[in-house]
Design a binder for this molecule. Structure first.
Ligand SMILES: [Zn+2]
Length: 181
């Protein structure tokens, strides 16, 4: 099975990756989410040969939006990597690590569709003021809402092929809002 959004192949060895980010979990014989980027079943295909990154040439405006989306997701992925180190609760550490993986995959999705060469490395931020698990969760929740607002804001400004991506990723962030509440 292949994810049509991130392009990853899902098999019986990886189906339960990042499962702390999902309210309803994958079963070996019932895959309902991509374990890499989190999108729902409707974006998964049984045809592993499907070539995903085959969009018509995008205009510069769309590429600019994808560049912003890529940076936003890296920024959030970096935050979660750091939050995972700082969190005291073991379950929360795991959830932040899984969230970091998912957001970094979202950044890769933007990179692939935008045709960018590499993922940029952004300036490291200092998150030490979020010095309790509660503050880390509050910051996480705020970032997820910010990401959803980004996808909403640019939805009407991108071609249909990219709208589909934005809808898929935004739905993932909506679940992240729920699990960080
Ligand atoms: Zn995926």
């Amino acid at each position: 099975m292949r994810c049509l959004i991130c392009g990853m192949i899902i098999n019986d060895k990886n189906y339960n990756m990042n499962d702390s980010t999902f309210i309803d979990k994958n079963e070996a014989d019932d895959i309902i989410r991509c374990p890499f980027c989190g999108v729902s079943k409707e974006y998964l295909s049984d045809d592993e040969e499907y070539i995903n990154f085959n969009l018509d040439d995008l205009d510069d405006k769309t590429r600019k939006v994808l560049d912003m989306g890529m940076k936003l997701e890296i920024f959030n992925g970096d935050f979660y990597a750091e939050a995972s180190k700082q969190a005291k609760d073991e379950k929360l550490k795991k959830m932040f690590k899984d969230l970091s993986n998912i957001e970094m995959m979202h950044a890769r999705v933007h990179k692939n569709f935008g045709g960018f060469e590499t993922l940029p490395s952004l300036r490291k931020m200092d998150y030490t003021k979020h010095n309790t698990d509660e503050l880390l969760l509050m910051e996480a929740n705020k970032r997820e809402k910010h990401a959803i607002a980004f996808y909403d804001r640019y939805f009407d400004k991108v071609p249909d092929s990219i709208k589909k991506i934005f809808k898929a990723l935004s739905d993932v962030e909506k679940e992240h809002v729920t699990i960080t509440e």
